[in-house]
Design a protein around this ligand. Structure first.
Ligand code: ADP
Ligand code: MG
Length: 194
């Protein structure tokens, strides 16, 4: 990210001012800062959901904001609040794909990486179990793991979390953090404060 500035259209105040950072390939980085400091805004810019007022994002030498659709295809995003549809676990992982077109092996792979495969194997109808409003009760940690499996289903090159564990108790947060570390190819967390 190079010299990113951002202000919301209805506001004169800049939320982000001259943010530059390098994210090395195969590394984990954490953006740290108090509530309201602009972490989600920065992620939404990175994800191409909103355009920076000024500044660029480059991957290798490519201006990714000129290729938003392609860029988004290689990113998996785990939002702060995971939204479940009133449907099977399979459809919740392979989000937006017709039930009959879903590659179940890929769903299992994503569940395994998110460490949810044992839980799903024990459900009465396995992958076809309804986990929506009218389905089985799931815990906060399991909900986060569904969000992670959903993000991993498309085999992304980049995985982005927006406070993926903030709503969880400490123990569950540690377990999820461990799972996330296992997913990444290389260890090592760099942190940036904003
Ligand atoms: P964080 O994720 O670090 O808590 P945010 O990026 O959500 O911070 O918010 C940064 C600032 O931008 C806050 O002052 C917030 O009130 C403001 N903000 C967030 N979303 C909007 C929006 N859609 N319109 C106007 N202001 C917003
Ligand atoms: Mg936020």
């Amino acid at each position: 990210l190079k010299n990113i500035y951002f202000r919301y259209p209805d506001s004169s105040k800049y939320v982000l001012e001259n943010i530059s950072l390098d994210i090395p390939k195969n590394k984990s980085i954490a953006i740290i800062g108090p509530s309201g400091s602009g972490k989600s805004t920065l992620l939404n810019i990175f994800l191409g959901f909103i355009k920076p007022t000024k500044g660029t994002i480059e991957a290798d030498q490519i201006q990714v904001l000129d290729y938003i659709r392609e860029w988004q295809k290689i990113i998996g995003f785990v939002p702060q609040d995971i939204f479940l549809i009133d449907d099977s676990i399979k459809s919740n992982i392979a989000y937006g794909i017709n039930e009959s077109d879903i590659d179940e092996l890929r769903v299992w792979k994503a569940l395994e990486l998110a460490q949810l495969d044992v839980f799903v194997k024990d459900l009465p109808d396995g992958l076809d179990t309804n986990v929506g409003e009218r389905g089985v009760r799931i815990s906060g940690g399991q909900l986060q793991r569904i969000g992670i499996a959903r993000a991993l289903f498309n085999d992304p090159d980049i995985l982005v979390f927006d406070e993926a564990t903030s709503s969880l108790d400490n123990e569950t947060e540690m377990e999820i953090t461990k799972s996330i570390e296992n997913i990444s190819i290389e260890e090592g967390v760099l942190s940036y404060s904003i």
